[in-house]
Design a protein. Sequence first.
Length: 565
Amino acid sequence: MEVKQVTEEIAVSPQIAPADVAALAEAGFKTIICNRPDGEGADQPLFHEIEEAAGKAGLQAHYLPVETGKVTDASAAEFGKLFAAAPKPILAYCRSGTRSVTLWSLSQAESRALPDILTKAKGAGYDMAGVARRIANKGKIPGDVVDRKFQVLIVGAGAAGVSVAASLLERAPDLDVGIIDPADIHYYQPGWTLVGGGVFEADETVRTLSSVLPTKVHWIKAAVAAFEPQNNTVVLDGCRVVGYDRLIVCPGLKLDWHKVEGLVDTLGKNGVTSNYRFDLAPYTWELVRGLKQGTALFTQPPMPIKCAGAPQKALYLSADHWFRTGVLKNIDVAFYNAGGVLFGVKDYVPALMDYVEKYGADLMFNHNLTAIDGPARTAWFTKTDADGETETVERRFDMIHVCPPQCAPDFIRVSPLADAAGWVDVDQNTLRHKSFENVWSLGDAMNAPNAKTAAAARKQAPIVAQNVLADMGRGAGVAHYDGYGSCPLTVERGKIVLAEFGYGGKLLPSFPSWLIDGKKPSRLAWLLKEKVLPPIYWKAMLRGKEWMAKPETVTASSSGSEKAA
C-alpha cells in the first residue's frame, strides 16, 4: 500500500486491499473513498470487501466509481460534495491514484488557485497539467475556442518582458505581439536599494505599465493560469485561452515571504524591513536614520535570488550613514548569509572585505533565517556546519533587513516548461527552451546559470528578439548570451564596486580599467548608478534602444560549428 499525501485532509493511493484498512485506521484516516469500478482488474477486491473491513475498523467507506479517462463534470461535483461532508482525513483510491487526484483537483477549482492545486498534486507525484484548463474553468470542461492568437506572445511585463517586446518591434514594426500581465504598475526595482539608503524617493522608481509598454503591443491584463505548449496556447485565469506562434516567458520570480515563520506578520513594523518591496524601502531609510545604538541585522537566503548583491548593499549604505553620523561605534552590525561566501565572483571580494572591516560588520556564513518574532525583536537562524549538522541560533535585534527566500512563480513551477527545480528550462546560449522549439525565456524565471539582475535582462532581451525573428525567417543569424550580469555594489554613498561578469564568473567589464576598475570602489560607477542608469532604463532599455547591448550573431559553418558573423 503506497499512500501519497496531497493535503492534510486527503491522501490518495493505488488499489488497497481489505487487509490494509486496519493500518489506515491506525494512521488516523476517518474515511475511505473508492474511485475504481468493481471488476476493472482481475486481481481487484470488490468494494463491499473494503467497506466491510472499514466498518470493522470504524471508518466510513464510499463508492464513487469513475472509468479511466472519463472523469465527468458531474462525478467531480459529486466528489466535491462527498469530500466536504466526510470525516477527515480521507484516503481516496483507484488503480493508480490518478483518478482520485483528478477528482479532488476538479472539485477544488472554485476554492483553490490553479497553481496551488497543481503544486499539491505534483507534490504527491501526479501531473494534472492535462486538466489545467478544466480547473481554470471552475472544474468544468471548457470549450476549445482560442480567444486570440499572436505571432509572438510574451508572459510578463517587467523589465525583461517590456524590453524584449520593444526590441522585437524595433526590428519588425509590423509584428503582432501580445503581452500578458495583470499589473497596473511597472517598477524600476534596481532603484529600491537607493530608496532604502535615502538617495532616491520611492516615487522615482514607479510608472504606470501602460506608459512604458510599446504602443503596438496588445496588452492582456490578466494572470496566467497554465501553459499548454503542446497546443501552442496559454490559459488565463477564468479559462480564457490565448494562442501563439512563438512564446516568450519572463514573469520574474516569486518572493516567498511565508517561508520565514512570522515574517509576514511583522513586515513594515517592529524594526523589520526589506528593500525587496517598493512600499518597505522607505521604511528601511526611516529605521536607518532613527537607529543611534543597538543591533542591526542583514540577511541573505539561499540562492538563487534576484540581485545577489542587494542584501549586502543594504548593509553598506546603512553602515555608511551610521559611520558618517558618528553612531556606528554604538551599533552592532551583522550579515547573516545562508551561503558560504560574501560574493560569488572572488575577484570582487577583497574590495568588499575592506568595507566589511571598515564598518565592523560580523559575517555569519551558513546561517539561514527561518523564523522571526517582530514584537519580541528576535530572529532565529539555522546554522549548518561543514558536516551538514544544524543548530538553531537566536539573535535579538533593533533593526533587521530581510531578503526573502525566492523561487519561480507557482504557475511556472508546475508547468511543462519547468525543469526539476521549477525554472523555465532553456539552452543557456540561445535562451530557447530545451523541449519546445517555439518557446524562449529570459529574466529571472529561467534556469541559465547567470545572475538575476536587470542588467542581465538588458543583454538578454535583444538576444531573444534576434533569435525569435531568426526562427521566423525574419532575421539573419542566431545570437548567443554569454551570461552577462552586473551588480553595482553600493559600498558607500558616492562609491560603487561595479561587478560585471558572465558564466563561470568570467569578468566582462563594459569600460576600460583606466575609466572604471570594477574591482575597486569608484565614484564614476556611483554616478553611473545614480544618474545614468535610470534614464537608460526608462528611455532606452524599455524602448528597444540597445545601448551597449546589441547582440552579436552567429552563423552555421559548413562543418556545423558556429562562428561570429
